[in-house]
Design a protein around this ligand. Structure first.
Ligand code: MG
Length: 185
């Protein structure tokens, strides 16, 4: 199987049926932070984000953030967005640090759902660790860093390859990811 193939797709974290997901056995959420939960310039959680946070905790989820970004960014965000833990400098798409973190926190792989906005980092990591995953649309591409822009070019090639194996899936991914002009911010 192509390691970049997302297991599931959603337009945003607000479009995921977390109740059903929990009932199906997922008890742990690994969130990518930037452009999945919040845009890069979204330093402090919005009311909507805090509401989601509260809902997830009420359902019973354990919540972790797995970010390639630095401590200061994630620490500030999680001052009010309550999580069970976070991993910074995660070095996605490498899986080493994430695998260690999962082990350290005694998380059961089959109970985890990984939610992220990038095929190249989030989805490929989750797949290689045998973790179910959901691809969401990036909140704002305008503020993406240069290395993410490079990843986006690679992503295009990957989607082309996916289309050769599974045309419908590739169309679905394109629909979720969208083009740059689809992103309002
Ligand atoms: Mg991201």
């Amino acid at each position: 199987m192509n390691k970049y193939l997302p297991k599931n797709l959603a337009f945003s974290v607000y479009d995921i049926d977390f109740d059903t997901l929990y009932a199906s056995g997922k008890k742990v959420i690994l969130f990518d932070l930037d452009n999945t939960l919040a845009s890069y310039d979204n330093i402090i959680p919005s009311k909507e984000q805090l509401k989601l946070n509260e809902r997830l905790r009420k359902i019973g989820y354990k919540i972790y953030i797995i970010s390639n970004n630095h401590q200061k960014r994630v620490k500030k965000f999680t001052m009010s967005f309550i999580v069970d833990g976070y991993l910074v400098h995660a070095r996605k798409p490498n899986t080493g640090r994430i695998a260690k973190y999962i082990k350290k926190n005694n998380l059961n792989l089959s109970e985890i759902i990984f939610i992220g906005d990038q095929l190249l980092t989030d989805i490929s990591c989750a797949n290689r660790l045998a973790i179910d995953n959901i691809l969401v649309r990036s909140i704002s591409r305008k503020s993406e860093k240069w290395y993410t822009k490079i990843n986006r070019l690679r992503e295009k090639k990957i989607i082309k390859k996916i289309a050769q194996e599974d045309y419908d899936m590739a169309q679905k991914i394109i629909e979720i990811i969208g083009t740059r002009s689809d992103h309002s911010e």
